[in-house]
Write a protein that binds this ligand. Structure first.
Ligand code: PEP
Ligand code: MG
Length: 885
């Protein structure tokens, strides 16, 4: 059978379905679905994503047969509409739009009013009896087409338009007359000829194929490429092209266009939320040139007349459609509609993007409403999105100087230095600065700067403007449409009343209230109760993987418990050595000339270490705690600055030169691969002995005096050969037994190892003979598997990711094909010699959602991550169970 490249929809009949997103793109699949459930959709057809893929495979040539299929489908649209494409009396006009599998708002191109030329415009005048409308539509078409298809700088035509308004002494486009627009069409076309060197195409067929080619071409434009990279969308997916008969929201005051969400995308509240503009074309709402009006007054903030008041019948019909769509799709929908001469048309529906807060509320509400079940509710909240909620909000008690208020477009509270361009935002963020990107309005070209900034502030545009939609998708704080500020790019400042804020000044944004404040306002940690608590209960019901935390202090342990940590997977003891009151003793130990000197210094450290462990054990209330013995090379603890060396020498009563010599002696060319980890424990056994003693004394004391039941897990880092572990294990057992005998208590304890070197992974069967547990140190395992320094890779890894040499930074998301395979091999081998060996991961990947899912799949017992990521890992662990594989 010949391949089918085009899918028709119209008048209640559609060849596609909602499930066909991969083939028809999101927009095409849903236009088909809406048509099938008898919603009022203008007829049209979708050219599949496979055509896009073929187009790129065959040096931008279409597959054979496509042209005929397009013509046949165009005929069907003509029949339904009773109009003809290119007909001088009764012309059909179409829109040509992209539509990828995953929504990419504003990233690719759209052309409206296609089919207009000097002849067909007469037909539109005759039909609409509105010459002004007809020429306005024509000039919009010339503008869009010359920009998108002919690659002309759109400012050139904008400039001519501005000059026209000046000449005519008017401010607004709406003040121009039919004659003005007619004149502009001619001027635009001659400018196109002058600039591009080609006539603007008159032939509607040439226009159509030009537009189809441009939409496929836009799949590879730089902003689409950036968006795909940021959102992990593969280039192979391609876009579909939707050709649909035009309906007009700009034919007079009984016309309108709008966008709406079936629930509030910012808070998740269950009310119909949307904006519309009377007498406007779709792009006007998104562009933020005119301030949109609310569709209703449910949240009562706007003074402008609502659609419910102005067009009550259409509004009621839309409310009905809202109900139908939610019941049908069982999810919150983001819709686009147009009203032409009092008749409502649906132009799009898709699952609406939402903040984490809204995602949770909508999921919990929809379960309560019986629309979806708990498992679906859990899958509706994406683990990475949860991050947004786990961040602080403004301290309600803090003093703040509110400059002005805009729309609360995307929640969060952030402070940073003001910058005015996306490039600056990116450059400043690269050198570690926190910045707020301030724009009149953002456009898809700003995407990289929005990503780099802490937050975004715009002076124009509504809740569905580009800035608002994109920021919400990114989980970035955003205040949009802040009309009270006047942004001047030229002088790099903005004015708010009589206050001038310059580039580099610090401001704070509150994306939940829309407030903009001068200076940095303090924040408070998030509240994790209510709907969040309900969702997390469901999450814990479905997941198998346990979630522990990486914590080194009682405070972090407490925070992690509040986030639901079920133990500590990694307590890095070296962090305790850096405390101000103990670094001197640590240095004394390192610099001691002999064993006796080291033991003297260690005797000073042991009570402090014991105190740390008591605090942590108490906080974890009997949950498992894995404590890793000292890992980094000793020189990390020594001073580097000359003045610090002198001060230390003085306090230690040695000469500065002697100290310098020692530092020199300890220097390593590659400390990451040097004298660290268990190598330290083997060459200076007294250090590990001290630590094991501190752990066991703390555990024995709490068991004896406070009735705790503690099973300490002692962990040896950087093991490469089993013999290292065997010897260190013997030492540790000796100390443990001594301590227990001293206290007269018996406690269970485990001695295990980190698997963070490829050799350890490959010989895990031997190593497991000496280890009660494995914890995968995937930070070092990634470093050593790739031969990629953790400390230096930042200089070139971003290039690798940008150039698609690597899909992601392997230090952020586990390289499942390489490092992940070593983990898998080690698990399998470890189990062969120690049945039921406890397996966990404590590298940064333990809090990365896709890595957590991998850990579930290969059968680890737990993941361990930083306290703030514990809920993310819990949710990802539930997804791992619930996602159909
Ligand atoms: C690791 O290597 O993954 C690990 C957890 O240890 P560290 O980051 O302390 O080297
Ligand atoms: Mg490590």
């Amino acid at each position: 059978m010949a391949a089918k490249y085009v899918y028709f929809f119209g008048a209640g009949q559609a060849e596609g379905r909602a499930e066909m997103k991969n083939l028809l793109g999101g927009k095409g699949a849903n236009l088909a679905e809406m048509t099938s459930i008898n919603l009022p959709v203008p007829p049209g057809f979708t050219i599949t994503t496979e055509v896009c893929t073929e187009f790129y495979k065959n040096s931008r040539n279409y597959p054979a047969g496509l042209k005929d299929e397009v013509q046949a489908n165009l005929r069907r649209v003509e029949e339904l509409m009773g109009k003809k494409f290119g007909d001088p009396q009764n012309p059909l006009l179409v829109s040509v739009r992209s539509g990828a599998r995953a929504s990419m708002p504003g990233m690719m191109d759209t052309i409206l009013n296609l089919g207009l030329n000097d002849t067909t415009v007469q037909g539109i005048i005759a039909q609409s009896r509105d010459e002004r409308f007809a020429y306005d539509a024509y000039r919009r078409f010339v503008q869009m087409y010359s920009d998108v298809v002919m690659g002309m700088n759109k400012d050139l035509l904008e400039h001519i338009l501005e000059r026209k308004k000046e000449e005519r002494g008017v401010k607004l486009d709406t003040d121009l007359t039919a004659a003005d627009w007619k004149d502009l069409v001619a001027k635009f076309k001659s400018k196109v000829k002058e600039t591009v060197g080609e006539e603007f195409p008159e032939d509607p067929q040439a226009q159509l194929w030009g537009a189809i080619g441009a939409v496929f071409g836009s799949w590879m434009n730089p902003r689409a490429i950036t968006y795909r990279r940021l959102n992990n969308i593969p280039a192979e997916w391609g876009t579909a092209v939707n050709v649909q008969s035009m309906v007009f929201g700009n034919m007079g005051d009984d016309c309108a266009t709008g966008v709406a969400f079936t629930r509030d995308p910012s808070t998740g509240e269950n009310y119909f939320y949307g904006e519309y503009l009377v007498n406007a074309q779709g792009e006007d709402v998104v562009a933020g040139i005119r301030t949109p009006q609310p569709i209703n007054k449910v949240n009562g903030e706007s003074e402008l007349p609502s659609m419910e008041e102005v067009m009550p019948e259409c509004y009621q019909q839309l409310v009905g459609i809202r109900g139908i769509l939610e019941k049908h799709y069982k999810d919150m929908q983001d819709i686009e509609f147009t009203i032409e001469k009092g008749k409502l048309y649906m132009l799009q529906t898709r699952n609406g993007k939402r903040t984490a807060k809204a995602a949770i509320k909508i999921a919990v509400d929809m379960v309560k409403e019986g629309l979806i079940d708990e498992k679906t509710g859990v899958l509706r909240v994406s683990p990475s999105q949860l991050d947004q909620l786990l961040h602080p909000s403004l301290d309600p008690k803090a003093k703040k100087t509110v400059l002005c208020k805009g729309l609360p477009a995307s929640p969060g509270a952030v402070s940073g230095e003001v910058v005015f361009t996306a490039d600056e935002a990116e450059a400043e963020a690269k050198i570690g600065k926190k910045v707020i990107l301030v724009r009149v309005e953002t456009s898809p070209e700003d995407i990289h700067g929005m990503h780099a900034a802490q937050g975004i502030l715009t002076s124009r545009g509504g809740m569905t403007s580009h800035a608002a939609v994109v920021a919400r998708g990114m989980g970035k704080c955003c205040v949009a449409g802040c009309g009270g500020i006047n942004v001047d790019y030229g002088t790099e400042q903005f004015l708010s009343g009589n206050v001038t804020v310059k580039k580099g000044d610090i401001i704070t944004l509150d994306g939940s209230t829309g407030e903009v404040m001068l200076g940095a306002v303090p924040t408070v940690p998030p509240q994790l109760t209510g709907d969040f608590g309900i969702l997390m209960e469901w999450v814990d019901r479905y997941r198998r993987l346990k979630v522990r935390t990486n914590a080194d202090t009682p405070h972090d342990s407490k925070v992690a418990r509040e986030f639901g940590a079920e133990g500590i997977g990694l307590c890095r003891t070296e962090h305790m050595f850096f405390e101000a009151d103990r670094i001197a003793a640590v240095r004394e130990m390192i610099l001691a000339e002999d064993l006796e000197g080291r033991e003297r210094a260690l005797a000073k450290i042991i009570p402090m270490q014991k105190g740390d462990f008591i605090g942590i054990f108490r906080e974890m209330k009997g949950l498992p705690v894995t404590i890793r013995l000292l890992d980094p090379p000793l020189h990390e603890f020594l001073p580097q600055e000359e003045k610090d060396i002198e001060a230390l020498a003085k306090s230690m009563k040695v000469s500065p030169q002697a100290l310098r010599n020692k530092i020199e002696f300890l220097h390593e060319f590659n400390p990451m691969l040097g004298h660290r980890g268990c190598r330290l424990g083997l060459t200076y056994p007294e250090i590990y002995d001290m630590q094991v003693r501190a752990i066991m004394e703390a555990a024995c004391e709490l068991t004896k005096n406070e009735g705790y039941s503690i099973v300490p897990e002692i962990m040896i880092p950087l093991v490469a050969v089993v013999e290292e572990l065997k010897r260190l294990r013997e030492n540790a057992i000796r100390v443990c037994e001594e301590v227990m005998a001293g206290y007269g208590v018996k406690i269970d304890y485990l001695i295990g190892t980190m698997i963070e070197l490829p050799r350890a992974a490959l010989t895990a069967d031997e190593i497991a003979r000496e280890a009660d547990f494995f914890s995968f140190g995937t930070n070092d395992l990634t470093q050593t598997t790739f031969g990629l320094s953790r400390d230096d890779a930042g200089k070139f890894l971003p290039f690798y990711v940008e150039s698609n040499l690597l899909p992601e930074d392997p230090f952020v998301s586990l390289d499942q094909a390489g490092v992940g395979q070593l983990v898998k091999i080690a698990c399998e081998k470890g189990r062969t010699t120690r049945n039921g060996i406890k397996l966990g991961i404590c590298g940064e990947h333990g809090g990365d959602p896709s890595s957590v899912i991998f850990c579930h799949d290969i059968g680890l017992d737990y993941v361990s991550c930083s306290p703030f990521r514990v809920p993310i890992a819990r949710l990802a662990a539930a997804h791992a169970v619930l996602i159909a594989k």
